[in-house]
Design a protein around this ligand. Structure first.
Ligand code: FAD
Length: 415
C-alpha cells in the first residue's frame, strides 16, 4: 500500500490502529510442499527465493519466537566479501551484489550503506596475512587495496595512530564497498516479500521433533501440532545441532555466545567500519549515532543468549586503546546471540543422509553479510534436491573428505 502524507498523519493520530500488517499471521496448514525451520535472515531468504525463483509458494517458515529475533536481529551488521578461499569469495560476493539492489527489489529500505571497511594491520604477521588476502581477492576480481597508516588516519581521524601504542597501526586492508545494512530491515524485507508470494510465516511455533519414515523426512512436530512435508530445511544457526539431533544426525558444530554493545548516541565521529583483529574489537556508527561495538565470543560452549562480563571488558579495553576518544562514553545496551561454529569457520549448505532434509548453518559469527547469497543458493538446492554449484563445496561431506574451506584467518575478529 502507498501512503500519502495525509494518510500517514491520519494513521499517527489514530495510533496506527488501521495500519496494514507487513505480513500475515496464518495458522499452520496440515501439509506443505516445503518447511523451513527458523525465520532468521537465512530462513526467510530461502523461502523468498524458493517462491520467487522456483515458483514454490506452498511453503511454511516455522519460527519458535519472533522473526528476526535470533542472530539476525542481534548482529553488528557488517557486510564485506573479502574472504580468502575461492568458494567463500563466490558466495559472499554473490550476497554482496544482491545486497546492493535489495531495497529496490523489496521496495523497502534495508538501509544498505557501503561506507567502506578497514581491517587494521597491527603486527607484521597481520600485515602479511592481509597482503595475501588482498592478492587472492584481486585475483578473484574483488576490489580492495592495502593502505598505509597515513591513509588510515585520513579515513578515520579518531584512530590512535601513535608509534607508542601497544600495537601500532602498520596499515590496513581496505574494501571501499564494504559497509552495513539495517539487520531487522533485511529480515522484514524478506518476510514481507515471501508473505506477498503466499509463504506462511508461522511465529511462536517451536519445532520439537523432525519426523522420518525410514530414510525420508515426512514432517515436523511443533508446539502448534504436526505439519507434514517431504522437504524440511533447517536454518536455525546456534540451535542447529539440537534440531538435527531430532532427525538422528550429529552436526560438526559448536555453539557459543557472541556479544555486542552500543553506546549512547553521539554526533558523527566515524564514517567507515573499523575492525582491529589483533586487539579484538570492531566499531561503526549507526544512523542514530550509537557506536556499534563488538568483539570475540565467550570461550566455552553454551546456549545462554547473554554473554559474560569478561568478554565485554576485553572488547571495551581493545576499543578504548584503538579510539581513546570513546573512553568516557556510556554503553547503553549489551546483548548476546548463539552462533554456530564449524571447525574450518565456513558454513554448511547441504543435503543430508535423510532424504528431503536439508541444512544451512555454520555461519558462525559472520553470516549476516551472506544472507542474500545463502538464501539464493540454498533455495535452489532445496527446490532441485541437489547442491547449487556455489553451495557444492559447502556440503557436509567435506568433513569426512577432509576438504576444509579454512577461513579461520579471514573471519578475523569474527565478522
Ligand atoms: C553479537 C553478534 C554480532 C554479529 N555480527 C555480525 C556482523 O557484523 N556481520 C555478519 O556478517 N554477521 C554477524 N553475526 C553473525 C550473524 O548474525 C549470523 O551468522 C546470522 O544472523 C545467522 O542468521 P540465521 O538466519 O542463520 O540465524 P538466526 O537469525 O539466529 O535465525 C535462526 C532462527 O531459528 C529459530 N529457531 C531455533 N530453534 C528453533 C525451533 N526449535 N523451532 C523453530 N525455530 C527455531 C530461532 O528462534 C531463530 O529466529 C553476528 C552475530 C552476533 C550474535
Amino acid at each position: 500500500m502507498k501512503y500519502s502524507i495525509f494518510s500517514l498523519a491520519r494513521q499517527a493520530l489514530n495510533y496506527h490502529k488501521d495500519w496494514e500488517k507487513a505480513w500475515r499471521s496464518p495458522d499452520p496448514k496440515p501439509e506443505y510442499d516445503a518447511i523451513v525451520i527458523g525465520a532468521g535472515g537465512h530462513g526467510l531468504a530461502t523461502a523468498y527465493y524458493m517462491a520467487k525463483e522456483h515458483g514454490m509458494t506452498n511453503i511454511a517458515v516455522i519460527e519458535k519466537g519472533w522473526l528476526g529475533g535470533g542472530n539476525t536481529g542481534r548482529n553488528t551488521t557488517i557486510i564485506r566479501s573479502n574472504y580468502l578461499q575461492d568458494a567463500s569469495i563466490a558466495i559472499y560476493d554473490l550476497a554482496h551484489k544482491l545486497y546492493a539492489d535489495l531495497s529496490q527489489e523489496f521496495n523497502y529500505n534495508i538501509m544498505f550503506s557501503p561506507r567502506g571497511l578497514l581491517m587494521l594491520c597491527q603486527t607484521q604477521h597481520e600485515l602479511r596475512g592481509f597482503q595475501r588476502t588482498a592478492h587472492a581477492n584481486r585475483i578473484a576480481g574483488l576490489e580492495c587495496e592495502m593502505i598505509d597508516r597515513a591513509r588510515v588516519k585520513q579515513l578515520v581521524p579518531i584512530i590512535n595512530d601513535s608509534d607508542s601504542a601497544r600495537f601500532p597501526i602498520l596499515g590496513a586492508y581496505y574494501q571501499a564497498s564494504g559497509g552495513t545494512a539495517r539487520h531487522d530491515g533485511v529480515a522484514w524485507g524478506y518476510a514481507r516479500g515471501a508473505d506477498q508470494m503466499g509463504v506462511d510465516i508461522i511465529q511462536n511455533c517451536e519445532v520439537t521433533d523432525i519426523l522420518r519414515d525410514g530414510d525420508q523426512v515426512v514432517g515436523v512436530e511443533t508446539s502448534k501440532g504436526t505439519i507434514k512435508s517431504k522437504k524440511v530445511a533447517v536454518v536455525t544457526a546456534g540451535h542447529t545441532s539440537t534440531i538435527m539431533e531430532m532427525a538422528g544426525l550429529r552436526m560438526p558444530i559448536e555453539s557459543v555466545c557472541l556479544q555486542a554493545m552500543v553506546s549512547e548516541p553521539i554526533k558523527p565521529i566515524i564514517n567507515v567500519v573499523v575492525m582491529a583483529n589483533t586487539v579484538h574489537g570492531y566499531m561503526s556508527q549507526s544512523d542514530k549515532g550509537e557506536l556499534v561495538i563488538g568483539g570475540g565470543a565467550d570461550p566455552y560452549n553454551n546456549y545462554a543468549q547473554r554473554g559474560s562480563f569478561s568478554a565485554l571488558e576485553h572488547t571495551a579495553t581493545a576499543l578504548v586503546e584503538t579510539f581513546p576518544i570513546i573512553s568516557r562514553l556510556k554503553m547503553m545496551r549489551q546483548w548476546g546471540g548463539i552462533v554456530d561454529m564449524t571447525g574450518d569457520r565456513s558454513p554448511i549448505i547441504s543435503l543430508t543422509d535423510v532424504k528431503g532434509l536439508y541444512v544451512n548453518a555454520g555461519w558462525g559469527t559472520g553470516g549476516f553479510k551472506s544472507i542474500p547469497g545463502s538464501g539464493f543458493v540454498f533455495a535452489d538446492t532445496v527446490a532441485n534436491d541437489r547442491p547449487h554449484p556455489i553451495a557444492q563445496p559447502f556440503g557436509l561431506d567435506r568433513f569426512s573428505r577432509g576438504e576444509f574451506i579454512d577461513e579461520s584467518v579471514a573471519s578475523g575478529v569474527a565478522h
